[in-house]
Design a protein around this ligand. Structure first.
Ligand SMILES: Cc1ncc(C[n+]2csc(CCOP(=O)(O)OP(=O)(O)O)c2C)c(N)n1
Length: 551
């Protein structure tokens, strides 16, 4: 069933109840590469990032009991981020149910609140149906994560070959895009026509839908600025005259905030308009007209009263809206001189950043690290960022000059330890691209064991660790909100470069900002996995673009 859905990679970890499945993977001619991981959590994150860069369903697997509980973080992150994933966990034999076998748990109940669709197979004849449903659910409507529980004994039973079929269209997402209601398209076009200064705020839905071309065409027609959420970073090239950058509490700056606050109509597109993006409902302020467009009818109008809305695939919504607006405007193109104003905003934002990026202060400023990566990353490079120092910095200040899935971060739950394993999935999904995972030392500690997989698979990923020997994000919140009563946020500094070397990576430690560029260039040029450990400025002392800590 995996083969019929076009699956080429499965990320997972072995277990007793998975033995027949593994034996099938070993014996059959299926063209599937199994990537053995060192933690089921990693398998989930790898499948997630693989799906993000390929647009194909990410598949992860693990055994019953601990495997099922450990795989959950990756499953829920994908589900909440609308990424198509099929997670498979083997289970105790059907015949052992109720007899207290080792690793038994109610998998159906465990996965139910975290997945879009979920089943534990009860008899072998259900297997084809269950797999088809899992792939269908993962890839259609709002994409998401699904789960299949596969009992040990059923894996050994047989089925007639003619029951094994699939619709290959369900191997990638979004499958069967849905178009918006024409009346609602017209209402949205009316609202846009009535506005003088509309602005787009685009989320990950625009990237999943591959709608950047249509977005940019419409924005140019309207001369409307295009901002993004953290997950939408990459919807428009950052050097495009209408690009605003990331807005919101995590990565937004005064300049990007101004671009949204200047609007007389905000168009939320492929995003939830949640608390981070809207800075807890203050941006835009209540009362500013809002259009909300999303594939999920539940998010449209959830946080703001709307003047108009549409439900559908972002690309099809933009095509329909663009056509309707073009019809009304005739040959006219709006020119509100936004390009000039935005260029001023972008320069003001860059000026401050570049001043700090030139600083020779020790510990090394995060700005310096970003500038070094920015200068050395090839145009098709992919950045994967963890929470803590990386997410706000790379959201706020890292520029991508082409569109698409160039920036990956786990914004649904923001769990530490995502980027290291996720980079493995990205490296498999985009083997020609330079993949860089940037993390705090807290995240490194969560995921370090997976460096063995990276070395075993010879993946030329570069890891960059911001080493500040603390859970800096929380420490920064204790500084700003709790009068610097630092409590239980500091830990001992580890020598991450030596740890990496012990795994077999080539590694550098940077303490002197003057060595930053050289270390990154050397790490990118090395033919194999590399790690750069940067003794970094503590987050609570930095100029990180996080609104609640900014003066
Ligand atoms: C699994 C998990 N536990 C706790 C948190 C809460 N949390 C958010 S940021 C953060 C600190 C991050 O520390 P580190 O990775 O060292 O990066 P830094 O903030 O120091 O740059 C913590 C503990 C989380 N996001 N994920």
């Amino acid at each position: 069933m995996l083969q019929h859905h076009g699956v080429k990679h499965v990320f997972g970890l072995c277990g007793d109840t998975s033995l027949p499945f593994y034996d099938a993977l070993a014996r059959l001619d299926h063209g599937i590469d199994h990537v053995l991981t060192r933690d089921e959590r990693s398998a989930g994150y790898m499948a997630d990032a693989y799906a993000r860069v390929t647009g194909r369903v990410g598949v992860c697997e693990g055994p019953s009991g601990g495997g099922a509980t450990y795989i959950l973080p990756g499953v829920v992150e994908a589900n909440e981020s609308s990424i198509a994933m099929v997670s498979i966990t083997s289970d105790v034999p059907v015949t052992a149910r109720g007899r207290y076998p080792l690793t038994a748990l109610d998998q159906k109940a465990l996965f139910a609140p975290l997945t879009k669709w979920n089943a534990v197979v009860d008899e072998v004849g259900q297997i084809p149906l269950v797999f088809r449903a899992a792939f269908r659910a993962a890839t259609t409507g709002r994409p998401g994560a699904t789960h299949i529980g596969l009992p040990y004994d059923l894996q050994k039973q047989s089925l007639s070959a003619d029951e094994i079929w699939a619709n290959p269209v369900h191997g990638s997402f979004p499958a069967f895009r849905t178009a918006p209601d024409p009346d609602l398209v017209a209402a949205c076009a009316d609202a846009v026509a009535a506005a003088k200064k509309p602005v787009f705020v685009c989320g990950g839905g625009v990237i999943i839908s591959g709608a950047s071309g249509e977005l940019i065409a419409l924005a140019e027609l309207l001369d409307a600025p295009v901002a993004s959420t953290v997950s939408g970073h990459g919807v428009i090239p950052d050097n495009h005259p209408l690009a605003v950058g990331v807005v919101g509490a995590n990565g937004g700056t005064d300049q990007t905030r101004d671009a949204v606050l200047a609007a007389d109509l905000v168009i939320f597109l492929g995003c939830r308009a949640g608390s981070t993006t809207t800075e807890h409902g203050t941006m835009p302020a209540k009362g500013v007209p809002v259009i909300h467009i999303d594939i999920d009818p539940m998010v449209v109008g959830a946080n703001y009263p709307i003047v108009a809305g549409m439900v559908g695939d972002a690309r099809l919504c933009l095509v329909a809206l663009g056509r309707e607006i073009a019809r009304r405007m005739g040959a006219d193109r709006r020119d509100t001189e936004n390009a000039q104003r935005l260029s001023g905003l972008r320069s003001a934002k860059r000026e401050r950043f570049e001043q700090l990026a030139r600083s020779n202060e020790r510990p090394v400023r995060p700005e310096r690290v970003l500038a070094a990566i920015q200068a050395a990353l090839p145009p098709d490079g992919i950045i994967i960022a963890d929470p803590g120092t990386p997410c706000p910095y790379f959201s706020g200040y890292f520029d991508f000059e082409s569109t698409g899935r160039r920036f990956i971060t786990n914004r649904a739950h923001g769990a530490l330890g995502f980027s290291l394993p996720a980079s493995v999935g990205a490296a498999y999904g985009a083997p020609a691209a330079k993949v860089v995972a940037v993390m705090g030392d807290g995240s490194f500690g969560f995921a370090v064991g997976e460096l063995e997989t990276v070395v075993r698979k010879r993946l030329p990923i570069t890891f960059v660790v911001f080493s500040n020997s603390s859970y800096g994000w929380i420490k920064a919140s204790q500084k700003s909100g709790y009068e610097q009563r630092y409590f239980s946020v500091d830990f001992t500094r580890s020598d991450h470069a030596r740890i990496a070397e012990a795994f077999g990576l080539k590694a550098w430690t940077v303490t002197d900002p003057a060595e930053m560029d050289m270390a990154i260039r050397a790490a990118f040029a090395w033919d194999g996995p590399t790690l750069v450990d940067v003794i970094a400025q503590p987050l609570e002392e930095s100029a990180v673009p996080v609104s609640r800590w900014m003066g």
